[in-house]
Structures are given as C-alpha cells and as structure tokens.
Design a protein around this ligand. Structure first.
Ligand SMILES: *[C@@H]1O[C@H](CO)[C@@H](O)[C@H](O)[C@H]1NC(C)=O
Ligand SMILES: *[C@@H]1O[C@H](CO)[C@@H](O)[C@H](O)[C@H]1NC(C)=O
Length: 996
C-alpha cells in the first residue's frame, strides 16, 4: 500500500492500518472506528478496539461510540489532572461475552482500577497488563479466563487488590507475585492452579486476605507463612496440600479466619494453639489427617464462632472448656475418634449450655459411649441441628428434649438408646429430619407425631416399636421418606399414609407384623421411587392402582400372604428395576409385560403358585436375575431355570394330547373365526352407515367419507405431522370446491403409545368449550379402516393461514410478514383463549402445549388455539397444582413447557402462563426458545431480560423495522440500532476514506 495523502495524524493511520491487517474479518468495523476516532486520544481508540472484540448482548457498551465524549462512556472514569486519560474502567457484571481481556487495555497507562469481574470473558490474562504501573485494583474474577497467570503482573507494584477467582487459570502461581509489596487482597480461589505455593507470597507484608482455595496446589504450606503481620483471612481449602501446619501460623495474631479444609494435612494442633489468636472467629480444618486432642484452651479465643474439625483422627474427650466460647455458633466434630465413657467425659455437654448462640452441634460417627446426659435438653434454644448418630450411647431420649424449640434436625440413629419416645418430641414443630432408627427404642409411635408437619424424613426403623402405625402420620404433608421397618408394628396399613403425595424417596414398612390388604390409595403416591413392605402378614390382592405410582423403581413385597395374579396395570411402571414378590400366594400366568420392562434387572417370583409358560425374552434371558423356583406348575423358560419343558410331544397319553392341544386349538380357531366374522361385519356396517361410531355429543363421519375427502389420505393433502397424529386437509363437500366444506382432519397414530389417551383427552377438553379463539371441532370419527384396524380422527375447521410458526419462521423463499399490530392482536387472541380455558369452564383446563405451531390463523389472521392432545382438566373445580399432579412424563415441548413440568410433573394453569410468556418473547424477538444461540445458561428470557435496560431495540425482531426504515425517517432509537449492528447499512462503512 502506498502512503496516500491522508488527513489523519501519522500514528493514527498506522494504527488503523495495523488493525486492518490483524482483524481481517472485522476490517470494516475496526477501520471505521479508527476513522471516527481520528481526533480522539489513544485511550479512546484502545477502548474501541477492546469493544470491537466483544459481544455485548445487554448493550452495556452502547454509550461507547465516538459521538459521545470518552469520559461519559459507561464504566469509564477519566483523570482529574489528565482529563483525556482513563483512570478507572468498571464493567463489573455487564454480561460481556465472546471476547477477551484485550492486550490493548495495557495501553491505558493511567489506569488505577480495572474491574471486568463477573462477565463471560475468555482468552488469557494479557501480559501487557504488566505495563499498567499505576494499577491498584485488578478484578477479573468470575470469567472464563484460561492460561497461566502472567509473571509480568509482578511489575504492577502499586496493586492492592488482585482478584482472579473463579476462572480456568492453570499452571503455577508465579513467584513474581511476591513483588507486589502493596498487595492487600490476593484471591485466586476456584481455578486450576497447580504446583507449590511460592514461599515469596509470605513477603507480602501488607496482605490481609489470601485465598488460594479450590485449586490443585500441592506440597507443604511454606514455613515462611507466619510473617504476614496483617493477615486476617487465610484460605487454602480444597487443594492437595500435605505436611504440617507451620507453627508460625499460630502466631498471626491478626487472623480472623483460617480454612485448610479438604487437604491431606497431618500432625496435631498444639495445645496452646489459640493462645495467640485472639481475633479468630472461623476455624475450619475438616477433611484432613490431623490427630491428637482437640486443643483445650479454646476459651482464649473468645471470638470463636465456628469450629469445624470433622473427618480427621482427633481422639480423647471433648474439652469442657469449649463451653467458655460465648460466641460459639457451630461445633462440628463428626467422624473422629472422640470418646466418652464416664459421666464426666460428657461434661462438655453441660458447659455448652452456656453458649447461647449455638445453632449447630455435630458429634456423629465418633466413639462416644456411656449414658446420654439429660443436659442436652439444656442446650441453647437457638439450636437447629443436633446429631449424635453412629456412636454407642446408652440411656433414654430426655423427656425435656422439647425445650430445643428451633430444632430442625435431630439425629440420634445408630446408638443403643432405650425407652419410649418422649411426648415433648411432638412440640418440635420445626423438625424436618427425625432420625432415631437403629436403637432399642420401644413403646408405641406417638399419635402426636402428626404435629411435626415440617418433617421430610422420618426414620424409626430397626427398633422395637409396637402397636399400630398412627393414622396421623398422614398429616405429615412434607414427608419425602418414611422408614418404619424392622419393628413390631401390628394392625393395618392406614390408608392416610397414602395421602402424603410428597412421598418420593421411599416408604419402608418391611419386617413388621402388619396385616390386611395394601390400600388401593397407594396409587396417590405419584412420586414414590421405592416401596417396601416385605415380611409382614399382608393379604388379599396387590392393588392394581400400584400401577399409578408411575416412577416406582423398586418394589419389595416378598414374604406376605398376597394372592391373586400380578395386576396387568403394573405394566405402566416403565422404570421398574427390582420386583420381589417371592413367598406369597400369587397365582395365574406370568404376565407378558414383564418381558418388555427393559429397566427391570431383578425379578423374584419364587415360591408362589404361578402357572403356565415362562417367557424367553427380556429379563427372562438371564437366570441370575430372575428366580421362579417353587412354582410347581411353571414350565418352559431358558434352560438355566431348570423347569420342565412345556412339551406337546408327550405322546404317551393321547388323553393329555387331547387336553393340552386339541381342545385349546379348536377353541382358538373358533375365536379367530368369530373375530374375523365380527370385524368383517363391523367393517361392512361402518362402510354402509356413516354414523356408526359414536362419541357423545358429536355427529360422526365414517372412515370412507374421510378417506374420500383427503384423496385417500394422500401426501399432497398432508398439512403436518406430530407425535400422536397427522393432519390432512380435506374436502367434505366431495367434488364441489366450496371453501365452507374444507376441513382439517387429524388422524391419530394409534400405534404411538399414549395416542389413544391423547384422543380421549382432546375430545374431553374440547367437548364443552366454545370460544372464538379456540379451534372448533366439527366432528369425530371412531371406526375401522380399510385394513380392519382401529381408526380415530378428529375433524376441525380449516385454518387457511396455517400456524403462527409458519409466519414467525417462514421458509427462506416465502414472503410472510406480520407487523407489530398484527402480532399484538394475535397475542391478545391467544390471551383470550387461555383466559377462557382457565377461568370459564366447569373446571379449569390447562392446555399444556402452547407454542406457535399450535396457534392457528384463520383467513383474517385471527388466532385460534388448537391441539389439545396434552390438555388436562383440573378436577375438583380449582386450580391448585397439588390437586392436579400427574406423572404422564414430560408434558409439552422443550423450550415452551414450564421448568417444573420437567421436574415434578405438576400440571397447572400457571404452566400455560409460562408458555404464554415465552410466546410473547418469541413474537417480539423473532427467536425460538430453542435457537442455537441459547447455550451455556443463556436462554430466551435471560436474553430479553438483559436487554430491558437500554438495549431493547437490540433484541427486537429486525423484520419489525423493515417499514420504519423504508418509510418514515428513522427515530433516534432505531438509528443507534442500525449504526451498531446492521452491517448492511453502507453509509457507515467507509473503507474508501481510508485509502484515498
Ligand atoms: C497498544 O497495544 C498494542 C497491543 O499490546 C500494541 O501493539 C500497540 O502498539 C499499542 N498502541 C498504542 C497506541 O500504544
Ligand atoms: C470448592 O471445592 C469443594 C470441594 O471440591 C466443593 O464442594 C465446593 O463447591 C467448591 N466451591 C466452589 C465455590 O467452587
């Protein structure tokens, strides 16, 4: 390139040309930036170059343009003495993404603060930042920075704060960090840093916070670490550090918090450890290999609030001096080797009653023995968590345990406790977890246990409780898990137990003496994963409603007196893994569906009275996962099961032949003949008479009529196809091309599981609805097709303008456009339809699958909501979600369905409102919620939300502007829009200016 005559200063031109060659792809932008900034200072250009590499979905940098003075740009602060120089750049939490911390920032040599924390910046930390000799604060935390920490940062000797936490930085911590003599905060938490901690860090005599936690640093803690006279917080947690704690650490008298949790550190804590740490509040050493005693003189550190020493090898007794810590809130000593044998070993429990702030006390999994002191009921009334589980503690649960009114977790399981449940237990209404299992507790389960309405886990198993299960347990409406197993409980299973619709983790009643039948209400437990009631005296049949617990994985009912056959409805348990029905009195054939349950991996049907042939496929192919022994009348199956063959060749006795073959054969042939006859008759009848099929309330049409209307369901007539059905355009008026006779015909794909249900649901849902914005159902057809198979179809009014989907996302060569007014009126139409469905019927109806392809447009572009195949009538005349739980599996369409449908299957009208919200956003932005740009946590609603503050025009569907641009002069907003983003806007891009 020849040096042309150029109106700009030489340097600026050089920069512009350089940028042209470096960012070939963004040539035009960078060059035009250079042109525009021709008169401005270097800082402005460097910032524009920084911006040019970023994507800025929230429009945080929309003020960054040359028509705005540099010092008015968002996040930019200029100097007082050098007003053209930037001294601070503050773009914390601005949703910047797709770019990097630009090396050009290293040119802002007056910078004192650089804060780009909490964005989504990638790339490396540029070594060029080492040029910022005035820099005091560097915050690049919470980004996605990679590579290593550049040694050049050691040249920013004015740095007070260096915060790089929560990035992806690797490699070692450079020793040069030790030169930052003014550093007060060094935070490298949660990266992938490795290697040893450089001892030079101990030179940082101004350091107050040193956080190197959650990396993979190894080696020992440098022994020089005692020399930081102002250190207040030291965290080295979750690394691979080993060796001892260097003794000088116990002399850092400024220390308020120390965490070395989750390393492989060893050694003891010296007896006088706390004597010189008067300010210490937080002391975290869990998950290491420390041993020796818990230091007794804890009391010197009167500020101590939290002590966590769990998961080590501490031994000896708990020092009673701990009770002198007036501010103690949490004492966690679980999983050590702590002991107690004599009553005096328990003295700490009475001294702890002085700690009025105590909320958390965990002594689980130690070697505490002796009698449980009744002083535990004198602990602070602030206590929220108390665990003494997995010890060897004797005695009774103190009667006054009810004093601990705030208690949320009471965990005493796995001890040697005796006696009955104290009645004051039922005062603890904040309890969420009551674990008293594996003790020798006796007596009856308190009737008042029903008062503990916050309980989510009730574990009373492995005791000797007697009497019956109180029906008040049914009041515990938050329970996730019940374990009453291995007690001496008698009586029947109260059906109230099955009102607890939250019950999900498990219901364990096994090894008791329960009798009677399994109540059919068990079908209410739609979220239950495991049901155990083995080894009781349960009788009668297995209730078919068990098949309603559709996410059940494990069923243990062995060793009871159950009779009858396996209910066919259990075939609905599609996730069944373990089924043990052994040692009952069950009979009948081995049900066919067991072969088809492909998650099943343990099936025990042994010692029952099952008869007939054992199948060969599915679970039955493996004799190690199936057990059928002790059923005398079974035959067949794979060889390893060692059953007699279901042989038809035993020609010895012709009588037997007659009995086993000929009679059934004749019977079967007869039945087949009968069926054929009926089918043929039925077909003829339905061909003759168009109104044979009858579904209440609608006139019906015949298969033949519909076949004729659609040219034999030809693909030319196919409008679309979904999971449950295909939709055809049809003409019911025969040859007359009268548009009034044009209809849409949805033919159900009956071979798809659930299609029949969707048909019924759809009919039911539309039966009593009538609204101008709902698709009108004209007639139904339930008949038999030309091959004699079942045929079901729904006939709708035809929508000549197709679906909203076609209009929002037309094919490339289609000329379809909805202006703003039209879009708003469609949204109103849909809103009216939903309101009607939700509020005006006999019972509210949730549509459950609202999306653009289900919004159909008539000839005037009036919207009609259609496709009720997933709809649900919320019974009992109200819309409380808990009254309408369903476990039909995932409802609706990904992207449009409310998130809770994925998790809990709670159907509600609120779910429709969520989908409606997504629909609004899609109509306004023109982007599908499933657009490929929505990755890594970005989704349509976040995308729109980010734009609310000043960037709305950046996310609005561009097509909405097509008229505004062509027609009237552009408004202020839309001109910003086109200047920043519209590459087709030629006026702004002036490469010719540069080279001429
Ligand atoms: C700015 O920084 C870049 C990259 O670090 C460098 O190449 C360029 O020469 C600098 N420009 C100015 C004007 O300082
Ligand atoms: C730190 O690491 C621990 C252990 O791996 C982990 O449980 C914790 O969530 C991590 N903390 C953060 C904020 O990443």
């Amino acid at each position: 390139m020849q040096a042309p005559s150029c109106p700009f200063p030489r340097m600026m031109r050089a920069v512009a040309l350089q940028c042209l060659s470096v960012w070939l792809c963004s040539c035009a932008t960078a060059a035009s930036l250079a042109v525009l900034s021709s008169s401005g200072p270097a800082d402005e250009l460097n910032l524009l170059l920084f911006k040019s590499e970023l994507s800025d979905p929230a429009g945080a940098l929309s003020s960054w343009n040359t028509s705005n003075p540099l010092c008015r740009w968002r996040g930019v602060t200029c100097g007082r003495r050098h007003p053209e120089r930037v001294v601070a750049l503050n773009l914390n939490s601005s949703h910047l993404a797709g770019g990097r911390v630009s090396p050009f920032l290293g040119n802002l040599t007056f910078l004192r603060t650089l804060n780009l924390g909490d964005n989504d910046l990638g790339g490396q930390v540029p070594p060029e930042l080492g040029r910022l000799s005035r820099l005091q604060v560097l915050n690049l935390s919470l980004n996605a920075l990679q590579g290593s920490i550049p040694a050049a940062l050691g040249r920013c000797t004015k740095l007070r704060v260096l915060n790089l936490r929560n990035n992806l930085l690797q490699g070692e911590i450079p020793v040069q960090i030790g030169s930052l003599e003014n550093l007060e905060i060094l935070n490298l938490f949660a990266n992938n840093l490795s290697g040893q901690i450089p001892p030079s860090i101990a030179n940082l005599s101004s350091l107050q916070t040193l956080n190197l936690g959650n990396n993979t640093l190894s080696g020992a803690i440098p022994s020089s670490f005692g020399c930081m006279p102002h250190l207040s917080l030291l965290s080295l947690q979750f690394n691979n550090l080993s060796g001892l704690i260097p003794p000088p650490i116990w002399n850092i008298s400024s220390l308020k918090g120390l965490s070395v949790v989750g390393n492989a550190l060893s050694g003891t804590i010296p007896a006088g450890a706390f004597a010189n740490l008067p300010l210490l509040q937080l002391f975290y050493m869990s998950y290491n290999q420390f041993h020796g005693h818990v230091p007794a003189i804890l009391a010197n550190s009167s500020e101590l609030q939290r002590i966590e020493l769990g998961y080590n090898f501490f031994s000896g007794t708990v020092p009673p001096e701990v009770g002198g810590l007036q501010n103690l809130e949490s004492l966690a000593l679980s999983n050590n080797l702590l002991q107690a044998t004599t009553p005096s070993d328990w003295n700490f429990m009475s001294t702890l009653s002085n700690c009025s702030q105590l909320q958390y006390l965990d002594l689980a999994s130690n070697e505490l023995g002796g009698m449980l002191p009744s002083s535990i009921s004198n602990l602070s009334t602030s206590l929220v968590y108390l665990s003494l589980s997995r010890n060897r503690i004797l005695g009774n649960i103190p009667e006054r345990i009810g004093n601990l009114l705030q208690l949320q977790v009471l965990s005493l399981e796995n001890n040697l406790l005796t006696g009955t449940l104290p009645s004051s237990l039922s005062i603890l209404t904040n309890l969420g977890d009551l674990s008293l299992g594996r003790n020798n507790l006796s007596g009856s389960v308190l009737l008042t246990i029903g008062n503990l309405t916050q309980l989510s886990n009730l574990y009373l198993g492995y005791n000797t409780f007697s009497g019956s299960i109180p029906s008040t347990v049914g009041n515990l409406a938050s329970l996730l898990n019940i374990d009453f197993s291995t007690n001496n409980l008698t009586g029947i299973i109260p059906s109230s137990l099955f009102n607890i619709s939250t019950l999900s983790l498990g219901l364990d009643l096994s090894y008791n003496c329960l009798e009677g039948s399994i109540p059919s209400e068990i079908g209410n437990l739609k979220n239950l994963v495991e049901f155990r009631a083995a080894s009781n005296r349960l009788s009668h049949e297995i209730p078919p409603t068990l098949g309603d617990c559709e996410i059940l994985q494990n069923i243990y009912l062995q060793n009871n007196f159950l009779e009858g056959s396996i209910p066919p409805l259990l075939s609905r348990l599609k996730g069944l893994e373990i089924l043990d029905l052994s040692s009952n009195k069950l009979s009948g054939q081995m049900p066919k569906f067991l072969e088809d349950l492909n998650t099943l991996h343990y099936l025990n049907l042994s010692f029952n009275n099952f008869i007939g042939e054992v199948p060969f496929t599915g679970i039955f192919t493996n004799a190690t996962t199936v057990s059928v022994q002790g059923n005398d009348k079974l035959c067949g199956g794979i060889q390893d099961l060692h059953l007699p063959p279901c042989s038809f060749e035993s020609s010895k006795k012709n009588k037997l032949l007659l009995k086993t073959i000929i009679i059934p054969l004749v019977a079967v042939l007869g039945v087949i003949f009968l069926v054929f006859f009926l089918l043929a008759w039925n077909k003829q009848r339905s061909n003759r008479n168009p109104s044979t099929a009858s579904i209440q309330g609608y006139p019906s049409v015949s298969y033949l009529t519909l076949a004729k209307a659609t040219n034999g369901f030809s693909t030319a007539n196919l409008l679309g196809s979904g999971t449950f059905g295909s939709v055809y355009k049809g003409n019911l008026g025969g040859d007359r091309g009268d548009s009034a006779n044009i209809v849409a015909i949805k033919v159900l794909k009956l071979q798809t599981p659930g299609a029949l249900k969707s048909f019924t649901v759809e009919c039911e849902a539309i039966r009593n609805t009538r609204h101008r914005n709902l698709v009108k159902i004209m007639t139904l057809c339930s008949s038999i097709d030309s091959k004699g198979d079942d045929f079901k179809a729904i006939v709708f009014e035809f929508m000549p303008n197709g679906s909203l989907e076609d209009w929002l996302h037309p094919d490339q060569n289609e000329e379809k456009h909805l202006d703003l007014l039209k879009r708003v009126s469609i949204l109103l139409d849909v809103g009216y339809a939903l309101d009607y469905l939700h509020s005006y019927g006999a019972a509210p109806i949730a549509h459950c699958d609202l999306k653009p392809s289900n919004v159909l447009l008539d000839v005037d572009l009036v919207a009609h909501v259609g496709d009720f195949g997933l709809a649900r009538i919320l019974t009992e005349g109200n819309s409380f979600p808990q009254n309408s739980t369903s476990s039909m599996g995932f409802r609706g369409t990904i992207g449009y369905a409310a998130p809770e449908y994925g998790a809990g299957n709670v159907i509600s009208i609120q779910g429709d409102v969520y989908s409606y919200g997504i629909l609004i956003l899609e109509i306004v932005t023109g982007k599908r919620p499933t657009d490929s740009m929505f990755i890594q946590g970005l989704n349509l609603h976040k995308y729109a939300e980010m734009a609310i503050h000043g960037g709305v025009m950046d996310v609005v569907d561009m097509r909405l502007f097509s008229h505004i641009k062509k027609g009237s002069p552009a408004t202020d907003d839309s001109s910003t829009f086109s200047r920043t983003y519209d590459p087709s806007d030629e006026r702004r891009i002036d490469c010719t200016d540069l080279t001429s």
